[in-house]
Ligand binder design. Structure first.
Ligand SMILES: [Mn+2]
Length: 396
């Protein structure tokens, strides 16, 4: 009897109607000299194969339900320094049927091209101003030489990954729980910290002690630093009457949490008011989340809630003044969460059970040196929603 493919791969084969797909892990890239940059596996490849090493490829022949991993060629020096995962372990964790060597990869594809004229692959075409990992484009070039038609399966993968299964939800609850616990710990000791990096250090210690890592660059932003949305210097002094915005999440078994809280030891009346307005908006927005809510309706309701908050604080006079509105609330309120911190939801028209998204309203007042954001991780359920990070108080 043929070995069963894993559940994610099975869902993917169904989504591509039993076609052929070839996907690649990321390659390692240089940090400096003989040092490699920290490696994070490409999300789709990890989601399908659970292989964390660079350079691998997978051939998924949906018609024959056959999954073949392609082992990268590693020279003797890398083998000695980095080691090499065993076939047995990789076959067990990936659910693949067979492992072939990279030198046989193109021959193998050429044989498949006799049966399949179409092959699917994924090339990340987002443009955030970064150089892309070369692996996907290199694979695309190889596939284009061998097959008549190379089609993109990014949308199918994103749509599948958007709907978390029971195992994924269980792991995401662990990541949420660990991050909540680390926040609660830091909150208890807030008056003992003199610098932003001391807070970062305690989260790092907490995560590593529990075999987790930071899911993304931690943000610990005191006072006006919080107005810079991706402030990651974390080297400024803290002060008892300045707010400190902390945006940190753990990655546990490949899945991310993403939490933000804004704290203060001795808040002024104004800081209290801004925090209170964001906190009230935050809880109103979470209440909106339920299956079948269209994304358009959600966005509209969020705008109304955030405009209420800004009006109340005297920051917005005319509700139609979009420029002022966007000046104080310049980012989106939600993003998907999962294997990637910014997990694609696959451009859905409406929310569906199994989606996990953040809710993270913020108000940033540059002229007052105040930035407040509060962020929780919300699972859309059959009947409404479940706040995975509800255990952690949102209060100041
Ligand atoms: Mn976030």
């Amino acid at each position: 009897m043929m070995k069963m493919v894993n559940e994610h791969t099975q869902r993917f084969i169904d989504a591509i109607d039993g076609g052929l797909a070839v996907l690649t892990a990321y390659d390692q890239v240089q940090l400096s000299g003989d040092m490699a940059a920290p490696f994070l596996q490409e999300g789709n490849f990890w989601w399908l194969m659970q292989v964390t090493q660079p350079g691998w490829k997978v051939i998924i022949d949906g018609a024959r339900r056959n999954v073949v991993l392609v082992r990268p060629e590693i020279d003797e020096i890398h083998r000695i320094f980095d080691g090499e995962a065993s076939d047995e372990r990789l076959l067990a964790q990936s659910g693949a049927h067979e492992i072939i060597l990279h030198k046989d990869f193109e021959k193998y594809l050429a044989r498949l091209s006799n049966v399949h004229s179409v092959v699917r692959t994924y090339v990340d075409k987002t443009d955030y101003g970064f150089a892309h990992n070369p692996a996907q484009r290199e694979l695309y070039a190889v596939l284009s030489r061998i097959f008549t038609s190379v089609q993109d399966c990014g949308v199918q993968l994103a749509s599948l990954r958007a709907l978390k299964d029971a195992n994924e939800i269980a792991v995401m609850k662990q990541a949420a729980k660990l991050t909540c616990a680390a926040f609660a710990d830091v909150r208890d000791r807030l008056s003992q910290y003199a610098h932003e990096y001391e807070i970062e250090a305690d989260f790092t210690q907490y995560f590593r002690r529990h075999n987790a890592t930071h899911a993304y660059e931690p943000i610990v932003a005191s006072g006006a630093n919080a107005v810079t949305l991706h402030y990651i210097e974390n080297n400024d002094r803290l002060s008892k009457n300045k707010l400190v915005l902390i945006d940190i999440g753990a990655r546990v078994n490949g899945y991310c949490a993403d939490i933000t809280r804004t704290y203060c030891i001795n808040p002024t009346k104004r800081q209290r008011a801004v925090h209170g307005a964001v906190e009230a908006a935050h809880h109103r927005i979470i209440e909106l989340i339920q299956p079948n809510l269209t994304v358009a309706e959600y966005m509209h309701a969020v705008d109304e809630i955030m405009k209420d908050a800004l009006c109340e604080l005297g920051l917005l006079e005319a509700r139609s003044d979009e420029t002022t509105y966007r000046r104080y609330f310049p980012h989106s309120v939600s993003h998907g969460l999962g294997v990637d911190v910014h997990d694609s939801l696959g451009r859905p028209r409406y929310l569906q059970p199994g989606m996990v998204l953040t809710v993270e309203p913020g108000i940033y007042i540059a002229e007052e040196g105040i930035g407040v954001r509060i962020e929780d991780d919300i699972l859309v359920t059959e009947t409404g929603h479940l706040n995975l990070t509800a255990a952690l108080s949102t209060s100041l």
